[in-house]
Design a protein around this ligand. Structure first.
Ligand code: SAM
Length: 472
């Protein structure tokens, strides 16, 4: 029985409800009057239900689709302006006891190079990341209670926050590790993490169990209920995601939005971010072996529909996608991207040879961070290295109220300008610096409050003088 308030995975992600939703969407997909009604509702920026979003996903009418893309772009501009937040993944260990059939870390893979970074190696990786200009990381590990226990992850977080190299600092560590206990989530919260990210992979229970045949991750309910435990452990900001390609995308979109509705209903706050990874080639993984791969157009349609269905949720795209898809996705709702990423353990310091691949997936966007920053600015985006919200206690519903209050342009916008200025001063190439300075001059004028504009101008001057880490 479907129950959004239930704490049981199979009730808040009800298979029957998803099947019903998809059948209803199929039946109504040419009902243009109903589709128009849903688009009108989305224009009010209050979001859509999983049913409404599923109907839009089934819709094939070109005029309506154009309207949806246009609205997604508009909503993105209204809530996030032209800012794009940058981050990098940091792979700590690829030891893993699970048997996920799409992931090269699976326990039976005997030829992948297994590696776990020592604290000294983490230090070197972080210095390399700081020297690129990164301020925000997402740490990643395989699941292995012996090699990667929670204490190891906590030590790593402590090490990362402690490193101050030149003007560099990692100011926000997001964590993408396997589902764990309330007690461990509490420890992660105490360690000062930003978002806890856990991809559902697939919401389809039967497929989930087949795709995760062995190891603790096999337990669908334990994995699906992880965000509730994280919130119980005090983590306000959680990040959802589906690994597209494993199951039917229409099933996944309905499940993903049901999950968001459940978090909102039970905890009063929806997901902080949604990621949209697509399955990629990797060591012994061939993505064409999975039947449910989606083409670029479908992928972008999904992004646009998520954007209008959950307007306040940040959306993340990684270097699994190439430059062109990333460029288009920025117009349809993506607000965070990774740049200069390495998906191998220790990859920021040492380059691996072909035969010692420890990477989790092949990267499609290989450009260095400076090139990504430059490219973003030339497309009219404002790259942001801001980490202010969680450091100012604006997490969970407090961040959502900031979004809803319309004050983002007086808060996030100056923070973006100041952190970009730091980047230009400390790390940028000559051309990036030139383009960036011009952009900052122009964007400063768009801060609505005179007072905030003045303070921001003053801070920008102080950054020139060498002072760092201003924030609103
Ligand atoms: N091990 C952790 C867990 O169990 O959730 C999470 C960390 S894992 C390093 C990060 C994510 O990479 C996984 O959740 C999965 O969605 C994704 N991934 C795994 N194999 C992939 C592949 N071949 N292509 C693209 N993404 C993949």
């Amino acid at each position: 029985m479907y129950n959004v308030n239930s704490m049981k995975a199979e009730e808040f992600i009800s298979h029957e409800e998803i099947i019903d939703t998809l059948a209803w969407a199929d039946k109504e997909k040419d009902n243009l009057a109903l589709i128009d009604e849903i688009i009108e509702k989305a224009k009010k920026r209050k979001g859509l239900t999983h049913r409404e979003a599923s109907l839009l996903l089934a819709c094939e009418d070109k005029t309506r689709l154009d309207e949806i893309y246009h609205l997604a772009e508009q909503i993105k501009k209204d809530f996030y302006g032209n800012r794009i937040v940058l981050f990098a993944p940091l792979y700590l260990s690829n030891y893993c006891v699970n048997g996920c059939v799409y992931c090269p870390y699976h326990a039976k893979n005997k030829h992948i190079r297994r590696k776990k970074l020592s604290m000294d190696e983490i230090r070197n990786e972080v210095i390399a990341l700081q020297d690129m200009g990164h301020k925000r990381l997402a740490i990643e590990t395989g699941e292995d209670p012996v090699n990667n226990p929670i204490e190891y992850v906590l030590d790593a977080i402590k090490t990362i926050y402690s490193i101050k190299h030149k003007n560099g600092a990692i100011r926000r560590v997001n964590v993408n590790i396997a589902a764990t206990t309330v007690e461990n989530y509490r420890k992660l919260k105490e360690a000062g993490i930003g978002t806890y990210i856990l991809f559902q992979e697939t919401y389809h229970k039967e497929s989930y169990e087949k795709l995760h045949p062995t190891g603790p991750k096999h337990n669908y309910a334990y994995h699906t209920e992880a965000m509730d435990r994280a919130m119980e452990g005090g983590i306000d900001d959680v990040g959802l995601g589906v690994l597209f390609g494993l199951e039917l995308y229409r099933y996944e979109l309905a499940g993903l939005l049901m999950h968001a509705e459940h978090l909102e209903a039970v905890h009063g706050v929806g997901p902080h971010t949604i990621s949209v990874p697509r399955i990629k080639r990797a060591d012994d993984i061939d993505p064409t072996a999975f039947d449910n791969g989606i083409d670029d157009e479908t992928f972008l349609k999904i992004i646009a529909i998520i954007r209008i269905a959950v307007p306040y949720t940040g959306m993340i795209i990684s270097t699994r996608e190439g430059k062109d898809v990333r460029a288009r996705s920025l117009h349809l709702g993506i607000s965070q991207i990774s740049g200069g990423s390495r998906t191998s353990v220790g990859g920021y310091v040492e380059k691996e040879s072909e035969d010692e691949n420890s990477a989790q997936f092949d990267v499609s966007d290989n450009r260095p961070l400076d090139e990504v920053v430059n490219w973003l600015m030339k497309m009219g985006c404002l790259p942001s290295f801001c980490t202010a919200c969680y450091r100012e206690g604006r997490t969970g519903d407090r961040f959502m109220s900031l979004c809803k209050s319309g004050q983002i342009q007086n808060c996030c916008h100056p923070n973006a300008l100041m952190t970009l200025k730091e980047y230009l001063m400390d790390y940028a190439s000559e051309d990036t610096k030139k383009v960036g300075e011009e952009l900052i001059r122009k964007e400063l004028e768009t801060i609505p409050s005179m007072k905030v504009k003045e303070v921001c101008s003053d801070h920008l001057e102080k950054i020139e003088e060498g002072i760092r880490d201003f924030r609103f």
